[in-house]
Design a protein. Structure first.
Length: 168
Protein backbone atom coordinates (compact mmCIF):
# COMPACT_ATOMS: atom_id res chain seq x y z
CA UNK A 1 0.00 0.00 0.00
CA UNK A 2 1.51 3.37 -0.92
CA UNK A 3 2.18 5.82 1.86
CA UNK A 4 0.08 8.99 2.01
CA UNK A 5 1.84 12.08 0.69
CA UNK A 6 4.16 13.85 3.15
CA UNK A 7 1.74 16.80 3.38
CA UNK A 8 -0.80 14.37 4.88
CA UNK A 9 1.43 13.34 7.81
CA UNK A 10 0.79 16.54 9.80
CA UNK A 11 -2.96 16.10 9.37
CA UNK A 12 -2.77 12.51 10.58
CA UNK A 13 -0.80 13.61 13.65
CA UNK A 14 -3.32 16.37 14.34
CA UNK A 15 -6.21 13.90 14.15
CA UNK A 16 -4.38 11.56 16.54
CA UNK A 17 -4.00 14.46 18.96
CA UNK A 18 -7.71 15.32 18.55
CA UNK A 19 -8.62 11.74 19.49
CA UNK A 20 -6.45 11.84 22.62
CA UNK A 21 -7.81 15.27 23.65
CA UNK A 22 -11.40 14.01 23.25
CA UNK A 23 -10.60 10.90 25.29
CA UNK A 24 -8.95 12.94 28.06
CA UNK A 25 -11.99 15.23 28.25
CA UNK A 26 -14.31 12.22 28.40
CA UNK A 27 -12.35 10.93 31.42
CA UNK A 28 -12.59 14.22 33.34
CA UNK A 29 -9.52 16.13 32.18
CA UNK A 30 -9.61 19.80 31.18
CA UNK A 31 -7.55 20.66 28.10
CA UNK A 32 -5.55 23.81 28.89
CA UNK A 33 -3.50 24.00 25.69
CA UNK A 34 -3.01 22.24 22.39
CA UNK A 35 0.32 22.40 20.58
CA UNK A 36 1.95 24.72 23.11
CA UNK A 37 5.23 25.80 21.54
CA UNK A 38 8.28 27.82 22.39
CA UNK A 39 11.85 27.92 21.13
CA UNK A 40 12.64 24.63 22.90
CA UNK A 41 9.89 22.60 21.32
CA UNK A 42 6.21 21.76 21.41
CA UNK A 43 3.91 19.93 23.78
CA UNK A 44 0.98 18.30 22.04
CA UNK A 45 -1.53 18.56 24.89
CA UNK A 46 -1.43 20.17 28.33
CA UNK A 47 -4.28 18.94 30.50
CA UNK A 48 -5.37 19.41 34.09
CA UNK A 49 -7.33 17.00 36.25
CA UNK A 50 -9.27 18.35 39.23
CA UNK A 51 -10.23 16.06 42.09
CA UNK A 52 -13.90 17.02 42.19
CA UNK A 53 -14.56 15.43 45.57
CA UNK A 54 -11.92 17.53 47.30
CA UNK A 55 -12.91 20.84 45.67
CA UNK A 56 -16.62 20.64 46.49
CA UNK A 57 -15.99 22.06 49.95
CA UNK A 58 -13.38 24.60 48.80
CA UNK A 59 -14.05 27.91 47.06
CA UNK A 60 -10.70 28.21 45.26
CA UNK A 61 -8.77 25.49 43.42
CA UNK A 62 -6.07 23.87 45.50
CA UNK A 63 -2.92 22.61 43.72
CA UNK A 64 -2.97 19.62 46.09
CA UNK A 65 -6.24 18.48 44.45
CA UNK A 66 -5.15 18.85 40.81
CA UNK A 67 -2.52 17.49 38.48
CA UNK A 68 -1.04 18.79 35.23
CA UNK A 69 -0.19 16.37 32.44
CA UNK A 70 2.12 17.27 29.59
CA UNK A 71 1.06 14.79 26.92
CA UNK A 72 3.15 13.65 23.96
CA UNK A 73 1.03 11.95 21.29
CA UNK A 74 2.61 9.50 18.85
CA UNK A 75 0.45 8.52 15.87
CA UNK A 76 1.82 5.68 13.77
CA UNK A 77 0.66 3.22 11.14
CA UNK A 78 1.29 -0.52 11.04
CA UNK A 79 4.92 -1.54 10.68
CA UNK A 80 6.36 1.69 12.05
CA UNK A 81 10.09 1.51 12.66
CA UNK A 82 9.90 2.96 16.19
CA UNK A 83 7.64 0.49 18.05
CA UNK A 84 4.49 2.49 17.43
CA UNK A 85 6.14 5.74 18.55
CA UNK A 86 7.46 4.46 21.89
CA UNK A 87 11.10 4.58 20.73
CA UNK A 88 10.68 8.18 19.52
CA UNK A 89 10.59 9.40 23.14
CA UNK A 90 14.37 9.58 23.38
CA UNK A 91 16.28 11.25 26.20
CA UNK A 92 16.75 14.27 23.91
CA UNK A 93 12.99 14.42 23.25
CA UNK A 94 12.31 14.13 26.99
CA UNK A 95 14.71 17.01 27.68
CA UNK A 96 12.94 19.17 25.07
CA UNK A 97 9.55 18.37 26.57
CA UNK A 98 10.83 19.21 30.06
CA UNK A 99 12.28 22.53 28.89
CA UNK A 100 9.04 23.38 27.13
CA UNK A 101 7.04 22.46 30.25
CA UNK A 102 9.24 24.78 32.32
CA UNK A 103 8.49 27.63 29.89
CA UNK A 104 4.76 26.88 30.19
CA UNK A 105 4.97 26.97 34.00
CA UNK A 106 6.91 30.25 33.86
CA UNK A 107 4.21 31.77 31.63
CA UNK A 108 1.45 30.45 33.91
CA UNK A 109 2.88 30.84 37.43
CA UNK A 110 -0.51 30.05 38.99
CA UNK A 111 0.08 26.45 37.80
CA UNK A 112 3.68 26.21 39.05
CA UNK A 113 2.75 24.53 42.36
CA UNK A 114 0.61 21.84 40.75
CA UNK A 115 2.02 18.30 40.63
CA UNK A 116 3.12 17.61 37.06
CA UNK A 117 3.73 14.50 35.01
CA UNK A 118 4.72 13.59 31.46
CA UNK A 119 2.31 11.21 29.73
CA UNK A 120 2.60 9.47 26.36
CA UNK A 121 -0.33 8.45 24.16
CA UNK A 122 0.13 5.82 21.43
CA UNK A 123 -2.32 6.14 18.54
CA UNK A 124 -2.56 3.65 15.67
CA UNK A 125 -3.69 4.97 12.29
CA UNK A 126 -4.83 2.79 9.41
CA UNK A 127 -5.91 3.90 5.98
CA UNK A 128 -9.36 2.55 5.20
CA UNK A 129 -9.57 0.57 1.98
CA UNK A 130 -12.75 0.10 -0.01
CA UNK A 131 -11.38 -3.25 -1.14
CA UNK A 132 -11.40 -4.68 2.39
CA UNK A 133 -14.52 -6.57 3.30
CA UNK A 134 -15.46 -8.25 6.53
CA UNK A 135 -14.11 -7.47 9.96
CA UNK A 136 -10.54 -6.47 10.62
CA UNK A 137 -9.03 -7.93 13.77
CA UNK A 138 -7.21 -5.15 15.58
CA UNK A 139 -6.08 -4.64 19.17
CA UNK A 140 -8.55 -3.26 21.70
CA UNK A 141 -8.46 0.50 22.03
CA UNK A 142 -9.33 3.08 24.65
CA UNK A 143 -11.00 5.24 21.99
CA UNK A 144 -11.36 5.27 18.24
CA UNK A 145 -12.25 7.64 15.43
CA UNK A 146 -12.75 7.23 11.69
CA UNK A 147 -12.17 10.33 9.58
CA UNK A 148 -10.64 11.41 6.28
CA UNK A 149 -10.31 7.83 5.02
CA UNK A 150 -8.41 6.67 8.12
CA UNK A 151 -9.25 4.79 11.28
CA UNK A 152 -7.52 6.01 14.46
CA UNK A 153 -7.28 4.05 17.70
CA UNK A 154 -5.87 5.15 21.03
CA UNK A 155 -4.07 1.92 21.88
CA UNK A 156 -2.15 2.95 24.98
CA UNK A 157 -2.06 5.86 27.40
CA UNK A 158 1.03 5.86 29.61
CA UNK A 159 0.68 8.14 32.66
CA UNK A 160 4.00 9.39 34.07
CA UNK A 161 5.91 7.78 31.19
CA UNK A 162 9.10 9.55 32.26
CA UNK A 163 10.28 11.95 34.95
CA UNK A 164 11.64 15.46 34.64
CA UNK A 165 15.39 15.28 35.14
CA UNK A 166 16.65 16.65 38.44
CA UNK A 167 19.20 19.41 37.95
CA UNK A 168 21.53 20.04 40.88
Amino acid sequence: MPKPPASNYADIGDIGEDLVAQWLQSTGWEILHRRFSCRWGEIDIIAQYHDQTATVTQQTPNPQNSILAFVEVKTRSAGSWDAGGRNAITLQKQAKLCSTAEIFLAQYPEKADYPCRFDVAIVFSQRLSKKLEGTLVTPESLASLSIAGYNFKLLEYIPAAFDMPVIN
